[in-house]
Design a binder for this molecule. Structure first.
Ligand code: MSP
Length: 654
C-alpha cells in the first residue's frame, strides 16, 4: 500500500527583526499538526523558512552598514535558535536566498511569461513599502493610506511585468466559496466581495527600483516581486524546477498552508492563480488564524509590547508556552495575550489539572503499593463510564485535528483530564488505602488512572512534546504503549506496572509576584524599543511637515471635548464605527474609521477630542458631523487621543 503523505507549511518569515510570540503561533500550530500526523502514521513533510528579499531588508541592511545577506544571516540564526528552543520538528528550513529556490523562481517566472500569463507594461500606482504591496485607489483606506497597515503610500511609476489574474477569477471564486480550501469559510465572503467582485486587477510582478531580489533572467534590471518569490517556496522546497530535491510528486499538493489573516489574500488569490497558470494542482487547505494581540494591541517590536518567547520559555518551559498559545487561539479569530491569562492558564490546566493528576496517581501507587501494582482487580460501576470517556477522547481529538481546530482538540483532552481528577474524588483511593481488604479495588482505581494518564499524555505529546516523555517515565509506559493505535485501547500497561516518582511537571506560579516581574521586563523592553525607534527614525524616516499655516488658519479649526455616549459598527463596513457624542451642544453623530482598532464598548464613556466644525459628510451612507482625533502608531495601528475625565464636555482645545 502506498504510504500516506502529509505536507504542511508555515509562512516564511521576514528576517527583519527578531521573532516574537506572535510569530511562534503558526509555527507551533503547524508543528503540533505535523507531530499529530506523524503519530497517526503519515509520512509528513513540515516546511518553514525565511523570506529574505525586498526593499525593506535592503533598507535595514543599509541602516546597519552590512550587506543584505549579512543582515539576514544573523536574524535567520535567531529564528532557527527559537525553533529549536520551542522544539519545532520541521523537516526543511528554506531560505529564499538558497540557490535552488532562486533557480526555481527564475524558471517559474519564465514559464509564466512564455505561456503568456505575464506581460510587460508600465506601472503607475500606490505602493506601501512596509507591506511591499501595490494598491489601487479603490483599495486604499478612508485616508488614502495602505488598507493593511494604514501608513502613507507613495505614487510609483516604472516599467514592470504584470501577471494576468482575471482569467482565473471564476475558478478562484469557486475555490473560496464552494470548496473547503479556506478555513474558516467565513473569511471567503470578505475576500470575494473586496477583491473578486470588484474585478481582479493584474498584479505587478517585477520591480526595478531596488536590487535585493531574484533577477528576472530575460530582462536585466528587473527583480521578481517578493510575493511571487515567497509563495514559490512551497514548491521549490520540493524540488519543483530545480535539481536539489525530488519530493514534488510525493508531497504536492500541500495538505495545509497555515497563515495569519494579514497574508490570507496572497494565499487565497494570488497563489491559486499562480498554480492555475502553471497547470499545477491546488493545495487542499488554507488555514487562516488571527493575530496574537498584547493587552488588546497587535504585538510589535517597535512598540516594545513584545513578549520574548525565550524569556517566557526560560521561566515556564517551552511546553507551557506552546500549550497556552494553542489553547487560546480559535482558528479565524484574534487571541489576546496577557501575562495574567497565561499564568492562570498554566496554573489551572497544567499545574492543578494535568500535573496534579499525574503526581497524585504516581504518589498513591508508591505510597500504597511501593510503586508496583498488585494484579488482583475489583471493578465497580463507576469505572465503565470513566473508561468509556477516556477511550472516546482520541476519536474526538482526531475529528478536530482533521479540521485544523487545535484549540478544540486541547479542550477535549482537558475535559478528560478533569474527568480523571473527578474519578479520584469519586473513588476516594485514600480511604481504600486504609483498608487492606480493599487492595484489589485500590489497584483497579490506580490502574485505571494510569491508563487515563497514558492515553492523555500520548494525545498531548504532539502539542507538548518536551514534557510528555517524562510523564511516560513516571507512569512506567514504554514507547510502544503510547503509540497512536494504543491511545484508543485500555489495558495496555502491564497489570503489575511499576511507577517511578519524578520531579514536578508544571510548578505552580505565584501570580502576583510573577506579573510584577514580567511587567518590569516589558517596561524595560518598551524603553529599549523607544530609544531604538528614535535612533532609526533619525536615520530613515524624516518627518515631512505640511505647508506652514498662520494662527488665524489654526483658529478656524474648532477642537472640542466630547463624550462617547453610544457606539456601534457601521453595517457592511469592517472599518467604520458610528459614535453618538455628547458635545455640550445638544449632541451629534460622528463616523470614524477606527473599527479595526477599537471595539465599540471600549469607547463608550470615554472623552475624546472632536473636530467640531468639519463639514458633514456621508460615509457608507451614514452622516458624520465632525471627526475624532487619533494618531497612527509605529506598528500600523491607530490610537484615539483620549481626554481626562474631569474636563467638561464642550471645552475648547487650543
Ligand atoms: N514573508 C511573509 C510571508 C510569506 S509566505 C509565502 C510575511 N512574513 S512575516 O514575518 O511578516 O509574518 C509571518 C507570519 O507571522 C504572518 O502570517 C503574520 O501574520 C504572522 N504574525 C506576525 N505577527 C503576529 C501576531 N502577533 N500574531 C499571529 N501571527 C503573527 O508575512
Amino acid at each position: 500500500m502506498a504510504e500516506k503523505t502529509f505536507y504542511i507549511t508555515t509562512p516564511i518569515y521576514y528576517p527583519s527583526g527578531n521573532p516574537h510570540i506572535g510569530h511562534c503561533y503558526t509555527t507551533v500550530a503547524c508543528d503540533s499538526i505535523a507531530r499529530y500526523k506523524r503519530m497517526q502514521g503519515y509520512d509528513v513533510k513540515f516546511l518553514t523558512g525565511t523570506d529574505e528579499h525586498g526593499l525593506k531588508i535592503e533598507q535595514k541592511a543599509h541602516e546597519n552598514g552590512v550587506t543584505p545577506k549579512e543582515y539576514v544571516d544573523g536574524i535567520v540564526k535567531t529564528f532557527k535558535d527559537l525553533w529549536q528552543y520551542m522544539n519545532i520538528s520541521y523537516d526543511q528550513f528554506i531560505r529564499t536566498t538558497d540557490e535552488y529556490h532562486v533557480e526555481s523562481v527564475q524558471k517559474i517566472f519564465k514559464e509564466l511569461y512564455d505561456k503568456g500569463h505575464i506581460y510587460k507594461g508600465e506601472y503607475s500606482g500606490k505602493y506601501c513599502t512596509p507591506c511591499e504591496s501595490f494598491w489601487t485607489d479603490s483599495q486604499l483606506d478612508e485616508n488614502g493610506c495602505c488598507p493593511e497597515c494604514h501608513r502613507p503610500v507613495t505614487l510609483e511609476k516604472e516599467e514592470a511585468y504584470f501577471f494576468k489574474i482575471s482569467p482565473f477569477a471564476d475558478r478562484i471564486e469557486k475555490l473560496l466559496t464552494e470548496t473547503d480550501y479556506l478555513r474558516p469559510k467565513t473569511r471567503a465572503t470578505e475576500l470575494v466581495n473586496n477583491f473578486i467582485k470588484v474585478g481582479l486587477e493584474d498584479v505587478c510582478v517585477s520591480r526595478t527600483t531596488f536590487k535585493w531580489g531574484i533577477p528576472v533572467t530575460f530582462d536585466e534590471g528587473h527583480v521578481v516581486y517578493v510575493w511571487i518569490d515567497a509563495l514559490s517556496n512551497y514548491i521549490s522546497a520540493l524540488g519543483y524546477k530545480n535539481g536539489s530535491f525530488d519530493d514534488f510528486e510525493k508531497y504536492w499538493p500541500a495538505d495545509v498552508h497555515m497563515v495569519a489573516k494579514d497574508i490570507m489574500r496572497f494565499h487565497a488569490i494570488i497563489w491559486p492563480a499562480m498554480l492555475m497558470a502553471l497547470d499545477l494542482p491546488l493545495p487542499k487547505h488554507l488555514a487562516v488564524h488571527g493575530w496574537i494581540t498584547f493587552n488588546g494591541e497587535k504585538m510589535s517590536k517597535s512598540l516594545g509590547n513584545v513578549v520574548d518567547p525565550f524569556v517566557l520559555g526560560e521561566r515556564y518551559g517551552c511546553d507551557a508556552i506552546r500549550y497556552h498559545i494553542l489553547r487560546e487561539m480559535a482558528l479565524g479569530s484574534d487571541s489576546s495575550f496577557s501575562n495574567e491569562i497565561m499564568i492562570n492558564r498554566i496554573n489551572s490546566d497544567l499545574a492543578n489539572g494535568f500535573g496534579n493528576l499525574v503526581s497524585r496517581t504516581v504518589a498513591m501507587a508508591e505510597k500504597y503499593f511501593g510503586g508496583t501494582l498488585p494484579t488482583d482487580r475489583e471493578t465497580a460501576e463507576t469505572d465503565a463510564e470513566f473508561i468509556e470517556t477516556v477511550l472516546r477522547t482520541a476519536a474526538d481529538v482526531d475529528m478536530e485535528m482533521e479540521e485544523t481546530r487545535i484549540k478544540n482538540a486541547l479542550e477535549i483532552i482537558f475535559r478528560t483530564v478533569d474527568r480523571a481528577n473527578k474519578y479520584i474524588d469519586e473513588t476516594e483511593p485514600w480511604k481504600l488505602g486504609k483498608n487492606p481488604e480493599k487492595s484489589a479495588r485500590l489497584a483497579t482505581v490506580l490502574y485505571n488512572l494510569l491508563e487515563a494518564v497514558r492515553i492523555i499524555s500520548g494525545l498531548l505529546s504532539p502539542f507538548m512534546p518536551t514534557v510528555m516523555p517524562e510523564v511516560w517515565k513516571q507512569i512506567g509506559a514504554t514507547a510502544d504503549d503510547v503509540k497512536y493505535e494504543n491511545l484508543s485501547r485500555f489495558d495496555v500497561l502491564p497489570k503489575d506496572v511499576t511507577v517511578q516518582r519524578g520531579g514536578i511537571l508544571f510548578p505552580r506560579i505565584d501570580v502576583e509576584k510573577e506579573i510584577e516581574e514580567l511587567n518590569s521586563i516589558i517596561k524595560l523592553n518598551m524603553e529599549k524599543a523607544q530609544s531604538a525607534l528614535s535612533e532609526s527614525e533619525k536615520t530613515t524616516e524624516k518627518i515631512e511637515l505640511a505647508p506652514e499655516i498662520t494662527i488665524d488658519d489654526f483658529a478656524k479649526i474648532e477642537i472640542r471635548v466630547a463624550k462617547v455616549l453610544e457606539c456601534e459598527k457601521v453595517k457592511k463596513s469592517d472599518k467604520l464605527l458610528c459614535l453618538q457624542l455628547d458635545d455640550g451642544m445638544g449632541g451629534r453623530q460622528v463616523v470614524s474609521g477606527i473599527a479595526k482598532y477599537y471595539k465599540p464598548e471600549e469607547l463608550v464613556g470615554r472623552k475624546i477630542q472632536l473636530i467640531a466644525n468639519l463639514k458633514p459628510v456621508k460615509l457608507r451612507g451614514v452622516e458624520s458631523n465632525g471627526m475624532i482625533c487619533a494618531c497612527d502608531t509605529a506598528d500600523g495601528g491607530c490610537r484615539v487621543i483620549f481626554v481626562d475625565d474631569d474636563i467638561p464636555v464642550g471645552s475648547k482645545i487650543r
